[in-house]
Design a protein. Structure first.
Length: 97
């Protein structure tokens, strides 16, 4: 059992990319090229929908945007299992760096 916990300890130091996704929009290239200052692109998500939290492109949780001082932050609302289903409600859990 010690060997497993030692291996897990090594993995904890690996850098990963955490991304928060507001929404998506599929567009034709001509429409992207026509974007300019003050252009508005409507996304596929409603304003009160939770945001997707991804690690290396894989969905791990959903959350909401909050202000942390003068920066944006994300409050984790629920963790997501391998099947994409919510595992548990985690309201109020924050991640700080």
């Amino acid at each position: 059992m010690t060997q497993f916990s030692d291996s897990l300890g090594l993995l904890q130091d690996i850098d990963v990319r955490l991304t928060v996704e507001l929404g998506r929009k599929q567009m034709r290239l001509r429409d992207v090229l026509a974007l300019g200052e003050n252009s508005i692109v409507e996304l596929d998500r409603l304003t009160d929908d939770p945001l997707d939290i991804l690690v290396n492109g894989k969905l791990i949780a959903r959350g909401e945007v909050v202000a942390q001082g003068n920066r944006f932050a994300i409050r984790v609302l629920e963790l997501v299992g391998a099947s994409g289903e919510a595992k548990a409600s985690m309201a109020g859990l924050g991640v700080h760096q």
